[in-house]
Design a protein around this ligand. Structure first.
Ligand code: F0G
Length: 462
């Protein structure tokens, strides 16, 4: 008789409403991918079977969140949902001041414009596409000060999101603290593979920053996942709650910006929060120009109610455990087929290492873009490129940035897919892996000016 080695866990929810999905034929998928210029962002969602493009705004809301939508107070000014959301931002993130925005990049825009002067430098633990763009549009230059291990997909470092303190100190020495308005920290680090930072590293960064009068700002978009990894991996945090860990992390920062479309398990929303009254007043004034009145920031009252309730759900240990557990399940299964991936597995996604998956394709023939297209053609599973296309071009030389990480992200929306969907995904990646030698790269035939990965078009190299 088979003996159990380990007992299984299951999701802390059951399904009440379903949305039908269907797999179109291979010939239809080939046609759809060609028409989309081999860019998975340009596919129509009706042609996608399992959508792992992003976990952004693609989450399933709970019955409690849906119920909250019915008590949306759609007053132009002073909606009661706004005040409830503000209370929860204070309670769960620990900041007194709060400004809602319609999504994360709107908050990034406002913070960047307020904090950055032309000629400034913004050190950070690896770039994120929209974050860096807004820092640049404000006249700043982003400087990557993450530890080297983050650029190595095979390193098993438990906190690949950590800042390299020496790189940070070197930058201060080189450009002077006056030219560094703040350190831009994200947790976990999306582009590094969903990798967390440790609180002990954060404390050291804070010490150096304080010494030089430099502020810390946090991209807290997926901070629940970072808190989960701290609880699992960092000494002294095992018995702390997710909520306590988030509050401790936030206590080291002057402020945060958040895309609520992730942790908060809603379909739209964002905000910024700070303990700095002056920054708050400026942000509250700017939001009126770009988003809407400061008590709705481009959102409906019902959206803010769903966000407020989402915050209460995100700190639930069982929820975050099931989320990260699903990613780990997928990674462990892929490992059985020898698929090259970023290790350790991240919080929101599995990142396939396209450089090792398709070693015969040069980086300027876009191995990750190619791999994402091939997986879609095989099974209708949609992932996204996170490599040379996402990295864009150097502002000065006009040449491609060639990031060390050339990845395909398979991202898991919260509470949306079952273990069977993951099994189908794993089998598809394994199938493409077995055929990898016959796969050819791509040529870029259209390139927009900003955030090119969203809209660039490609054709197959014959
Ligand atoms: N910061 C991080 C870490 C993000 O992952 C995102 C969005 C943003 C900021 C911007 O927020 O989309 O609400 O404007 N990430 C999505 C993704 C697009 O697929 O990773 P937004």
């Amino acid at each position: 008789m088979k003996k159990l080695k380990k007992r299984s866990w299951a999701e802390p929810w059951k399904i009440k409403v379903v949305e039908p999905i269907k797999m179109i034929t291979k010939a239809e998928r080939e046609k759809a991918m060609k028409e989309a210029g081999y860019n998975t962002f340009l596919l129509k969602s009706k042609d996608v079977y399992i959508d792992l493009l992003t976990d952004s705004g693609t989450n399933a809301m709970s019955d409690n969140q849906w119920a909250g939508m019915m008590i949306g107070d759609e007053a132009y000014a002073g909606s009661k949902n706004f005040y409830y959301l503000w209370d929860n931002v204070k309670k769960y993130y620990g900041f007194p001041y709060f400004v809602p925005t319609h999504q994360g990049r709107a908050a990034e825009h406002i913070i960047s414009q307020i904090m950055i002067k032309p000629g400034d430098f913004i050190p950070g633990n690896m770039y994120f596409t929209t974050t860096k763009l807004h820092q640049e549009l404000a006249g700043g230059t982003f400087v990557d000060v993450i530890i080297d291990e983050a650029h190595d997909p095979e390193s098993e470092h438990p906190f690949k999101g950590n800042v390299d303190l020496q790189k940070f100190k070197d930058l201060i020495k080189k450009v002077g603290a006056k030219k560094i308005p703040y350190v831009s920290i994200a947790g976990p680090v999306n582009m590094a593979g969903g990798q967390p930072f440790s609180i002990s590293n954060l404390k050291q960064v804070k010490k150096i920053a304080d010494k030089h009068g430099i502020k810390l700002w946090l991209d807290a978009t997926r901070i629940t996942e970072n808190a989960y990894f701290v609880k699992e991996r960092e000494r002294g945090y095992k018995s702390k709650s997710i909520s306590d860990i988030i509050l401790e992390i936030c206590s080291y920062f002057d402020g945060i910006w958040v895309s609520a479309k992730k942790d908060l398990m809603v379909n739209i929303g964002g905000f910024l929060a700070t303990r700095n009254k002056k920054v708050f007043e400026q942000a509250r004034n700017m939001v009126v120009v770009y988003e809407g009145l400061h008590t709705y920031g481009g959102l409906a009252g019902r959206d803010m109610e769903a966000m407020a309730r989402g915050i209460e759900e995100m700190v639930n240990y069982d929820n975050i455990h099931a989320r990260v557990g699903q990613v780990e399940y997928c990674g462990t299964k892929l490992e059985e087929f020898g698929i090259p991936m970023v290790k350790p597995f991240g919080g929101h996604a599995i990142f396939l290492d396209a450089k090792r998956f398709l070693p015969h394709i040069k980086q300027d023939e876009f191995p990750a873009q190619t791999l994402a297209a091939e997986i879609y053609i095989d099974s209708g599973v949609r992932g996204m490129e996170r490599g040379v296309v996402s990295a864009g071009r150097d502002k000065k030389t006009g040449k491609h940035h060639y990031p060390k990480l050339e990845l395909v992200r398979l991202t898991f929306p919260r509470r949306v897919y079952t273990q069977a969907h993951i099994d189908v995904t794993v089998e598809s990646v394994a199938e493409v892996f077995s055929l990898r030698k016959s796969i050819k790269g791509l040529k870029m035939i259209y390139e927009p000016k900003y955030l090119r990965f969203f809209q660039a078009r490609f054709k197959k190299i014959k």
